[in-house]
Design a protein around this ligand. Structure first.
Ligand SMILES: [Zn+2]
Length: 261
């Protein structure tokens, strides 16, 4: 692998990951969201990540497995297995992770249960950036710069609303806007690390990619269904405008993932 391809793959995944912070910036303008605004933000974040699970993890995962020679049936079976493993692992993690405030990570004065739920959600979003960054690295590592650039742009674009998802979720449990934006940036910076892995160890990364994408989707869907949606309903009976937020997030992400990437 030539060093210029490795450098290009790394820089492209850095730019794609860095795009996460762009989406988080509007949070700086909402100093102290009301309970209703918090619910809309959290619902929006859930909608964004649900759509991302299907359009930027599950569907590309099936495509990657097929590109590597699997039949459609086999590719689908691999992703389904990975999705179920992802959900099962998160269910186990959910059972063993202590409340974040016990670890000294939570904002003061927030319910430990709520902090923990949102913490798991942010962890799942960060985790899903790993196979995404790997996908950028692998597509450069294949030697086709055009394909690499297209993957990096597609992933960079869907990272923008994801940045708002991370920052909005953290703002909803009392993190300062600045801390929420920095956390969004940190979640995106997983991508260049994974990108470097993808571009240098293409064969390994390629074989792992369908599993990683499916796993991340399962983890995300599990957290949204078991933690985030119930949390919005616990804050305000019936969820208030959380479902409206979810539908807007879902629609925005479906549009971005199917038109711009
Ligand atoms: Zn994503």
């Amino acid at each position: 692998m030539s060093s210029s391809i490795v450098l290009t793959g790394f820089l492209a995944s850095l730019l794609a990951g860095g795009a996460t912070v762009l989406g988080a910036l509007p949070i700086l303008r909402i100093a102290r969201p009301t309970e209703q605004q918090q619910n809309v933000l959290l619902g929006f974040a859930a909608g964004v990540m649900l759509a991302a699970s299907f359009f930027s993890l599950i569907m590309p995962g099936i495509d990657k497995a097929e590109e590597m020679g699997a039949s459609r049936m086999m590719a689908s079976a691999i992703i389904v297995t990975a999705v179920l493993i992802g959900g099962a692992v998160l269910a186990q993690l959910n059972a063993i992770v202590p409340p974040l405030d016990e670890l000294g990570l939570g904002p003061d004065g927030m319910a430990a249960a709520r902090t923990r739920r949102v913490g798991l959600f942010v962890a799942a979003i960060t985790l899903h950036n790993f196979p995404e960054g790997m996908a950028v690295g692998v597509s450069f590592g294949g030697g086709d710069l055009g394909a690499g650039a297209a993957t990096a742009i597609g992933i960079g674009i869907q990272n923008i609303p994801e940045g708002l998802a991370v920052a909005g979720a953290l703002a909803s449990i009392g993190y300062s806007p600045r801390a929420a934006v920095l956390a969004a940036l940190a979640s995106g910076l997983v991508e260049p690390i994974a990108g470097l892995f993808g571009v240098t160890l293409v064969a390994w990364a390629q074989a792992l990619l369908p599993w990683g994408l499916g796993f991340a989707a399962g983890a995300m869907i599990y957290i949204v269904a078991s933690q985030i949606i119930p949390d919005t309903h616990a804050r305000i009976a019936g969820g208030g405008r959380a479902t409206t937020g979810l539908m807007i997030g879902l629609a925005a992400m479906i549009f971005l993932d199917t038109t711009l990437s």
